[in-house]
Structure formats: structure tokens, C-alpha cells
Design a protein around this ligand. Structure first.
Ligand SMILES: Cc1cc2nc3c(=O)[nH]c(=O)nc-3n(C[C@H](O)[C@H](O)[C@H](O)COP(=O)(O)OP(=O)(O)OC[C@H]3O[C@@H](n4cnc5c(N)ncnc54)[C@H](O)[C@@H]3O)c2cc1C
Length: 446
């Protein structure tokens, strides 16, 4: 049966779930089309935890829905904060429940296990999207569409000009395949880190371990031993990072391995190779940790992330292209919908120092304008999340979850407002969205 919605959100990840919750709270008849069987995207299915902090004291600039989600998760014992003010330590499995509850309790509808196949565009408007699932091919229509696929799939299919990767070679950031180990003795691990003189900056039960070949830390020396004794291979130790997970005692989530030589994160053959390589790397790392790192002796593999860890792929060319110059001049905009001091963080290619970009000092930040989530061509499409309109370098700062969530929330507010007032999203004055985000009153949009 053909259905018509006020708003369809394509992709229910970090940005998409915020966009959809905002729409539903504003009373818009909303549908999420999601190819996974849960919400949360990379944060849940990709096991990306903790949320990085926007780096502004007192979470100044954190979006309303980010606070709502974190509060609900903390209230149910599924989140924690560290002593540095980051309250974004979340349990990725329980995030699926939290997002689904917040959305459905406001009447939102979801089509899981459903993939966007194509868009139907007429006179600068998306009339409908063609989706595929167990029921076959279906056309679903709406007044406004929000593309939160991370890859700007809907925008691309609808003919919006897009950027891919870095501006010179069009290479994407390095991919990772995250995994979780259980039954880690965290107290024993912390005691060992102390013994070997490794920095351990987090209070129990939180812990983080990190190592890269370039830094001669005690932990790196342990990985070098493993390399020398042929337990791991060079690429396995290129980038090691793992965190404790709130609400999962004894579990550590690994932000690695980083997969070498994968440069096109839109190519399914390359992604498949990355998954095969990644699983081999995980097996070696896991065995190595059991043998070499006290605390991991009795650990077991809980799971490998269902979603490949893709940090960057396709980005739209919107009304404004956020750039590293904006980062450098700490740009502020009248139509700002997010702000952050998170550094330029390009995995596998270049970092801030190599690029000669001055890191943010305390109190400094830059902003993302509303114009980065709308396009010149389409009057009823918003694009939020890591595929916003930005350069490769600027994206590496704004791709973190709190920013993606703020962009999603802004898109949801704009969509609901435009449906109610019969406006075009790419002609909307972004200051309306900015003002709403500063003092959100969702009932005013009903
Ligand atoms: C390995 C890795 C480590 C990271 N580390 C951190 C970190 O420590 N802290 C932090 O804050 N951020 C981190 N990030 C960044 C952050 O997690 C992501 O940038 C952010 O989650 C992206 O959110 P999104 O909503 O744009 O995309 P996603 O969360 O990826 O959501 C996209 C959604 O769209 C769906 N989808 C895609 N295509 C289609 C389609 N055609 N049809 C239907 N559905 C579709 C997907 O299934 C998914 O649910 C990391 C990212 C990666 C990959």
C-alpha cells in the first residue's frame, strides 16, 4: 500500500535518529528507512563508543536532543562520564533501545531492513524514494526528505553534486573494524599499566589503552615485542585504542584495527576486502592481548562490529562548503546549527600538525552553518551527519557524534517547520533553526 509522510528520514544512525526524533516531537508524520535492524548506525552497529567531546567547557553548544539521549541512557545505567567532563561514554547496544523508545513514543514509524534504491525527482523536488526490502520494491512519498545515510546516497541519486575523499587523490580516510572483548580484568589491567609506567588518565571503572608505532610508550614496547615474536603483524599495531564500556563490566571496545590500503569506502569490493582483512587482524590482536597484556588472559571475543567503520565517504556540495579555513579562523555564522572545538582528525592520511593547522585553544571553537545541510538544487532535501557539505579536512573535525547529532536535530527542526509552513528547505532562513535550537519548544512546531 502506498503511504505518504510529512518527512522521510533515510538512515537511522546518529544524525538520522536525531532528525527523526525532532520531526516526531514536532508532530510531523515521520518515517525512518533503515537498512539495519536497529537505530544508531555507526554508534551502535559500528560499536563507536565513547562519543568524543566537542571540547567546549560545560558542553556549551551540545544540542538539546544529545542531552536528552545522554540523560536517558545515564538514568538507565547505560552511560557514564569521565573526570574531564565527557558524559558521552555510552553502551552501544543499549543505545539502540534508547533511540527507538524516544522516537516511537512520539509516534515515529520505522521501516527496518529496508534500503534506498533510487529517488524520483520532479522540478527540483524529490517526489518519492524507491526502497527495497522483503516485500519487494516500494515507492514511498513525503513532503520533505532527510538524507542521513552517511554516504549522501539519496542526494547523489537525486543528482546533487558531491565530493569524495581528499581533494587531490579522492582517497577516503582509513577504515577500521571495531570489536569488543569481554571478561577483561580491568583492575588488573590498570595495575599493570601503572607498573610499566603507562599513562592511565581515567578513573576506574573507565580505562583507555592506546598505542601507535611512532610513540615510544611502554605499551608500544609491548606491541613491538609481540611483533618481534611474530604474534602480530606490523599493520596490526599501527593504531591501537580501546575503551571500557559503561553498563558492560569487563568489556572493552576496540577502535581498531585500522585497515591498510583501503582508499575507496564507496566500493563494495574494497569494503569486503577490508572486512576479511580486518577479521584476520582482530584474531591476531585478540590472541596477542590474551598472551601479552595482563587483564586480558581470560578475555573472549564478544562481537565484531556489524557495520564497517567508515569515517568518511561522499559529501554533498551544499549552499555553503565548510572548510579548514573556517576551522582556522574559528568561524561563527548567523545561521549556526552546531559548534565544536574537536580537532582536525584524519585517520590514515594527514593530521593537524602535518597540515600546519593551529589546534584550538581552550575557549575557542568554530560553527557549522545551516547552509551546509541544504543544496542549491533540491527544495525539499536536507542532508545531515558526516556527509554534510564540507571539505575533506573540515569533515574530519565535525564528523564526531555530538556534531552529527546536532546536524540531524537541525535538519529535523527545519523539515518539520517547512512542512508546517509550506516552505522550501533551501530557502529557509537558517537563523530560524538556530533560534529554535537555542531554546527548543517542540510544541510550538505542532
Ligand atoms: C571507526 C570509527 C571510529 C570513530 N570514533 C569516534 C569516536 O570515538 N567518537 C565519536 O564521537 N565519533 C567517532 N567516529 C565518528 C562517528 O561515529 C560518525 O561520524 C557518526 O556516527 C556518523 O553518523 P551519521 O549519522 O552521519 O552516519 P551513521 O551513524 O553511519 O548512520 C548512517 C545510517 O544510514 C544507514 N544507511 C546507509 N545507507 C543506506 C541506504 N542506502 N538505505 C537505508 N539505510 C542506509 C546505515 O545503515 C546507518 O544506520 C568514528 C567513526 C568510525 C567509523
Amino acid at each position: 500500500m502506498k503511504k505518504h509522510y510529512d518527512v522521510i528520514v533515510i538512515g537511522g544512525g546518529t544524525a538520522g535518529s536525531a532528525a527523526a526524533i525532532a520531526c516526531a516531537m514536532a508532530g510531523a508524520r515521520t518515517l525512518i528507512v533503515e537498512r539495519n535492524s536497529y537505530l544508531g548506525g555507526s554508534a551502535s552497529g559500528g560499536q563507536v563508543t565513547p562519543m568524543m567531546h566537542i571540547g567546549i567547557d560545560g558542553n556549551y553548544g551540545d544540542s538539546y536532543l544529545n542531552e536528552v539521549i545522554k540523560k536517558k541512557m545515564a538514568g538507565e545505567g547505560n552511560a557514564a562520564d569521565d573526570q574531564y567532563g565527557n558524559d558521552g561514554w555510552i553502551n552501544p547496544e543499549m543505545l539502540k533501545f534508547t533511540l527507538e523508545e524516544l522516537y516511537t513514543e512520539h509516534g515515529g514509524e520505522i521501516l527496518y531492513l529496508t534500503e534506498l534504491i533510487d529517488t524520483v525527482v520532479e522540478e527540483n523536488n524529490i517526489k518519492g524514494i524507491l526502497v527495497h526490502n522483503k516485500s519487494g520494491l516500494t515507492l514511498i512519498t513525503a513532503e520533505v526528505f532527510i538524507d542521513c545515510t552517511g554516504d549522501a546516497d539519496a542526494a547523489y541519486l537525486a543528482g546533487v553534486p558531491c565530493f569524495v575523499g581528499d581533494e587531490k587523490e579522492h582517497n577516503n580516510q582509513a577504515m577500521s573494524l571495531r570489536f569488543m572483548l569481554g571478561n577483561v580484568d580491568i583492575e588488573r589491567l590498570k595495575a599493570f599499566l601503572k607498573d610499566i609506567g603507562e599513562e592511565d588518565i581515567l578513573k576506574y571503572p573507565l580505562v583507555e589503552i592506546a598505542s601507535v608505532w611512532e610513540q615510544d610508550t611502554p605499551l608500544c614496547r609491548l606491541f613491538r615485542k609481540g611483533l618481534k615474536e611474530h604474534r602480530i603483524e606490523y599493520e596490526d599495531g599501527m593504531y591501537i585504542q580501546a575503551f571500557a564500556v559503561p553498563g558492560m563490566p569487563g568489556v572493552m571496545s576496540f577502535n581498531c584495527p585500522e585497515i591498510p590500503d583501503i582508499y575507496n569506502t564507496l566500493d563494495s569490493a574494497e569494503i569486503s576486502c577490508a572486512l576479511v582483512t580486518g577479521r584476520k587482524m582482530i584474531k591476531r590482536l585478540y590472541r596477542f592481548l590474551q598472551e601479552f597484556l595482563p587483564g586480558f588472559e581470560k578475555s573472549f571475543l564478544v562481537s565484531v562490529a556489524e557495520m564497517p567503520g567508515i569515517r568518511e565517504s561522499r559529501r554533498i556540495k551544499g549552499l555553503y562548503v565548510l572548510s579548514e579555513e573556517d576551522y582556522e579562523r574559528r568561524a561563527k555564522f548567523d545561521d549556526a546549527i552546531a559548534r565544536t572545538a574537536y580537532p582536525i582528525d584524519i585517520h590514515g592520511l594527514l593530521d593537524e600538525k602535518q597540515l600546519g593547522i593551529k589546534a584550538m585553544e581552550r575557549g575557542e571553537y568554530f560553527e557549522v552553518p545551516y547552509r551546509c545541510i541544504v543544496t542549491e538544487k533540491l527544495e525539499n532535501l536536507l542532508v545531515a551527519g558526516r556527509c554534510l557539505s564540507s571539505t575533506f579536512t573540515a569533515q574530519s573535525s565535525v564528523r564526531i557524534q555530538p556534531t552529527c547529532r546536532a546536524l540531524g536535530e537541525a535538519a529535523g527542526i527545519a523539515a518539520a517547520y517547512c512542512v508546517k509552513n509550506g516552505r522550501k528547505v533551501n530557502e529557509l532562513d537558517g537563523r530560524i533553526v538556530r533560534d529554535f535550537m537555542a531554546s527548543p519548544d517542540y510544541s510550538s512546531l505542532l
